[in-house]
Design a protein around this ligand. Structure first.
Ligand code: PEP
Ligand code: MN
Length: 338
């Protein structure tokens, strides 16, 4: 349920509504817009009637939110959420490009990758230290040693870092190094992990499960938001369909649909969506044209030597071209690059 206060409602009227909400055993979530204040009622609201709030002074309207996600919904928070990361405002007018290799493989590889991303015009550096591999016999990532190398990259290049966290017990170490915690497609419904990432209060990039609906994605975001961690970025990375030419199917409709349903920034990962470097540029342009707030791109200085996801990794030259192409599309839709 949301309670929309009248324009110019007094602070004590807002406080009275908040007090009534907590007296009834619910949690209040206040969203202060430019003109109006919206107060969300959090909890199982089926037991409370709208009339309880209708009659209170300063209240304009009371609306029952039928969607199962509340904090993530546009109704609760009409303005776009902006996630601040190292001076970059994710979700604002400027589109951000996150790029880097699938995995941290060695000190030389990661430093060469990071400088290449910086020179190509990327804004945030990505690389996995903990890798969720389909096969237990594939390279599993460098773990803590990989995090230490990412910390060095951050210090030397000044680039913000995003890296995946796979388990709740890894959250403290990953949060100490990374600016953004990535939750991978396979862990979108790992609720213990979502709780731990929420409690860390670090920005989180939540990837859509490869077989999950948008509503399930938003319910997972709700877990993080419920810890009073407002900094959640959603990422569409392709879903599983009957099509076999591409690794997954990029669901471009996720961009306008999520933008309507939620105030959270929406990013697109075209690399895992299509699985082939040659197709990444076209999907990136489509994503920005559709209104995405940024891209997550896999790029490797030597894709043929990559220990994971080489076929979908761009060379530094391809990344440079992508940044230039995306800039043109961004300008065509009234945006620019960070
Ligand atoms: C990745 O970003 O390298 C990754 C493993 O992504 P996903 O969880 O989307 O497969
Ligand atoms: Mn990958």
């Amino acid at each position: 349920m949301i309670i929309v206060m009248k324009k110019g409602a007094l602070p004590e009227q807002v406080q009275a509504v908040i007090g009534r909400i907590s007296d009834l055993g619910y949690r209040a979530h206040v969203s202060q817009g430019a003109e109006t204040t919206i107060i969300g009622v959090i909890g199982d609201e089926r037991r409370v009637s709208e009339n309880v709030f209708h009659m209170m002074s300063g209240v304009d309207t009371v609306v029952r939110v039928l969607k199962p996600f509340k904090l993530a919904s546009r109704e609760f928070h009409p303005d776009d959420t902006i996630v601040p990361v190292n001076g970059i405002r994710l979700g604002a007018r400027s589109v951000a490009i996150i790029a880097g290799p699938c995995a941290v493989e060695s000190r030389d590889q990661i430093l060469e990758s990071a400088w290449a991303v910086k020179e190509a015009g990327g804004h945030i550096f990505r690389a996995g230290a903990f890798k969720p591999r389909t096969s237990p016999y594939s390279f599993q990532g460098m773990g803590i040693e990989g995090l230490d190398l990412l910390a060095e990259v951050r210090q030397l290049t000044g680039l913000a870092i995003i890296t995946e966290v796979m388990a709740p017990e890894q959250v403290p170490d990953v949060a100490a190094t990374a600016d953004i915690l990535q939750i991978g497609t396979r862990n979108m419904q790992n609720y213990n992990l979502l709780h731990a990432v929420g409690a860390s209060l670090k920005p989180a990039l939540l990837k859509r499960g490869m077989m999950s609906t948008m509503e399930e994605l938003l319910m997972s975001a709700e877990y993080i938001l419920s810890h009073d961690n407002p900094h959640v970025i959603l990422c569409e990375r392709g879903i599983r369909t009957f099509e076999r030419y591409t690794r997954n199917t990029l669901d471009i409709s996720a961009v306008p649909v999520l933008k309507e349903l939620t105030h959270l920034p929406v990013m697109i990962d075209p690399s895992h969506a299509c699985g082939k470097a040659a197709w990444v540029n076209a999907l990136s342009r489509a994503a920005i044209a559709a209104g995405a707030d940024g891209l997550l791109i896999e790029a490797h200085p030597h894709p043929e030597l990559a220990l994971s996801d080489g076929p979908q990794s761009l060379t530094p030259e391809q990344l440079y071209d992508l940044v230039a192409d995306v800039q043109q599309v961004a300008a065509a839709v009234g945006r620019d690059l960070v």
